[in-house]
Design a protein around this ligand. Structure first.
Ligand code: NAD
Length: 256
């Protein structure tokens, strides 16, 4: 019996990277999983393959989480397919690299609408589902060390992740009396497609690794393990917290 036996989990942005690792980890621990991404491509097929390999049930929803009606429909579809929904992982996120003075309205809207508005209204849809059905679930958000740390040339990204921190803290207070828990994981530098550019530059990678106490990039599975902990009853007294999964990047000490 896994920790998520009989549970249903919806993980946004789970066609690849950290989202895929979370979907597979939940499946390994007994959950039925709903995976999601904007496109139905070979990455989706690979995630489905990996989840099915565990013996778990999987359902794919192709949708763009930046639209409010879409995220409400996602909760409805999840419940229609598996009969209920227990766990929401707000994982999908994007970043756009540009100096502050060159950020366009379109870039700003893209980042904020996916990273912040998407998690905000999908969480709202999930909370309304729980209230209407008198059930209790748990929410885990994938924010970033950049909910705390500056990241030059990624100001909209940092704004979205900083805001995720306050949404999470606020909801911990508002939802706590209903026993609905919400926490963030804040990954550091993780080896995923979002970092393709960095991964192709050995000098940049070397400098970065010297600022990570554990001296290596994280793997998607490193994040998935902490998400699984927060979503499980092992964390039943944890709400309103950010868990850093960064190998010691955020509070690393550099020799002067
Ligand atoms: P990734 O690019 O590998 O995967 C992102 C996923 O989100 C994909 O499945 C993509 O299809 C999906 N997605 C993007 N826009 C979407 C939308 N509008 N609707 C639905 N799905 C959408 O990225 P990743 O590195 O796995 O990042 C996942 C999360 O982790 C993001 O929120 C990111 O900000 C956060 N994060 C990543 C790192 C890192 O180093 N990789 C560090 C800190 C935080």
């Amino acid at each position: 019996m896994g920790r998520f036996s009989g549970k249903v989990a919806l993980i946004t942005g789970s066609s690849k990277g950290i989202g895929r690792a979370i979907a597979v980890r939940f499946a390994q621990e007994g959950a039925s999983v709903i995976i999601n991404s904007r496109n139905n491509d070979e990455h989706v097929a690979e995630t489905i393959r990996q989840v099915e390999e565990t013996g778990a049930k999987v359902h794919f929803i192709k949708s763009d989480i930046s639209k409010v009606d879409v995220v409400y429909a996602m909760v409805k579809e999840s419940v229609e397919v598996f009969g209920k929904l227990d766990i929401l992982v707000n994982n999908a996120g994007v970043e756009i690299n540009a100096p502050f003075w060159e950020v366009t309205e379109k870039d700003y809207d893209t980042v904020m609408n996916i990273n912040l508005k998407g998690m905000f209204f999908l969480t709202q849809a999930f909370v309304r589902y729980m209230m209407e059905n008198n059930v209790v679930g748990v929410i885990v958000n994938n924010s970033s060390v950049h909910e705390e740390l500056p990241f030059p040339n990624f100001t909209a990204y940092c704004a979205s992740k900083g805001a995720m921190q306050m949404v999470m803290r606020n909801l911990a207070v508002e939802l706590g009396p209903m026993n609905i828990r919400i926490n963030n994981v804040a990954p550091g530098a993780i080896r995923t497609p979002i970092n393709a550019d960095l991964l192709s530059k050995p000098e940049l990678l070397g400098t970065l690794q010297n600022n990570i106490s554990l001296r290596r990039l994280g793997e998607p599975e490193d994040v998935a393990g902490v998400v699984a902990f927060l979503a499980s009853d092992d964390a039943k007294y944890v709400t309103g917290s950010t868990y850093y999964v960064d190998g010691g990047l955020t509070f690393h000490y550099t020799e002067q």
